[in-house]
Design a protein around this ligand. Structure first.
Ligand code: SIN
Length: 325
């Protein structure tokens, strides 16, 4: 039986889910991050004549942690968000945190939180592809599904719920700029679905090994997190880009390599020069399905299974936690 006074905490950060356009028929041109988290929560009850039954016994708390378009997400907001997750999840009566977020950088935030929030409780992110005042806004249903998942998910894990699908933070990527079902988890596939307020987990979804958590308090002030950039291998990619980054002060470079993380001979030379001067290099793939399989031809480290932007987060955290404050 469920203990009394159990809480689900909902944190707002902005995004299209909180966006508004000039009319209910305008779904693509709008301003993100206009509505507060309380208004988003009210819209959940409106779509289904009240909350799903499974949620009736929970109390809800909400907090506006940020109000931004996620293309403008920054390290200070990340740190604050992670601290708020940590603080709420440390309370015995809080069973899960739900976060509303823009779709554009959601996968980076989700992966970041998975690496810095030390908890054995779930964090569920959700979002929308249409603004809140659009006639068929997807945000209310997505938030409803996220709350439903938060009430039944057990154990640690950072998840995304959108368009009725549950994705794991390790695998998920935004793969489409406009369609409602904009996320994909590549070869791993969705972890489950939420339909009619019911969660179904995929029985053959492979459990994701938990990466080490980096102690939030060991991270320096966000203004001094290391500068790590992502570059891409492509036809005649110029090593000059690497030289310019190094001379400007970049401390780490992630290469979105071609195929299985390959890099042209010229670019490789530039990267070797960078490495010799103390810059950290990591390799990922610009292909958005399937992990890079490390072979003898990879002369720079590959962080298995991570996309270029998540590899960047992992490298930044690795470097920042070594620096400390
Ligand atoms: C954003 O990422 O904040 C805007 C785009 C979106 O949420 O779909």
């Amino acid at each position: 039986m469920q203990a009394q006074n159990q809480k689900i905490v909902v944190l707002g950060t902005g995004g299209t889910i909180a966006g508004e356009s000039s009319s209910a028929s305008e779904g693509l041109s709008y301003k993100a991050a206009q509505r507060g988290i309380e208004a988003l929560l009210r819209s959940v009850a409106e779509i289904g004549q009240g909350l799903p039954k499974a949620l009736n016994s929970y109390q809800f708390e909400s907090e506006q942690v940020a109000q931004l378009d996620s293309k403008d997400m920054d390290f200070a907001t990340w740190q604050h968000l992670a601290q708020r997750c940590q603080a709420w999840l440390s309370q015995a009566e809080v069973v899960a945190v739900v976060i509303t977020h823009g779709t554009d950088t959601l996968e980076e935030t989700a992966y970041f939180l998975s690496r810095v929030v030390a908890t054995d409780k779930p964090i569920v992110l959700t979002c929308a592809m249409r603004p809140a005042n659009f006639k068929d806004a997807d945000g209310p249903q997505n938030l409803r599904d996220a709350l439903t998942l938060a009430s039944v998910a057990k154990g640690a894990g950072v998840w995304l719920v959108a368009a009725g699908e549950i994705h794991h933070s390790q695998h998920v990527q935004k793969v489409h700029p406009t369609r409602l079902n904009a996320f994909d988890s590549g070869e791993s596939g969705v972890a489950g679905t939420v339909t009619n307020d019911q969660v179904s987990w995929r029985s053959d979804f492979a459990p994701v090994a938990r990466a080490d958590t980096i102690d939030l308090s060991r991270l320096p002030d966000p203004r001094s997190w290391p500068w790590v950039e992502v570059i891409m291998n492509h036809v005649q990619a110029k090593p000059k880009v690497v030289d310019l980054l190094v001379s400007a002060g970049a401390q780490g470079i992630v290469v979105a390599g071609t195929g299985n993380g390959s890099i042209s001979t010229d670019l490789k030379e530039g990267l070797m020069r960078a490495q010799a001067s103390g810059v950290q290099i990591r390799i990922a793939s610009r292909c958005n399905q399937g992990p890079v399989i490390t072979t003898a031809s990879h002369i720079f480290p590959v962080l298995a299974g991570l996309s270029p932007v998540k590899t960047r987060v992992a490298l930044m955290l690795e470097m920042a936690s070594q620096t400390g404050h």
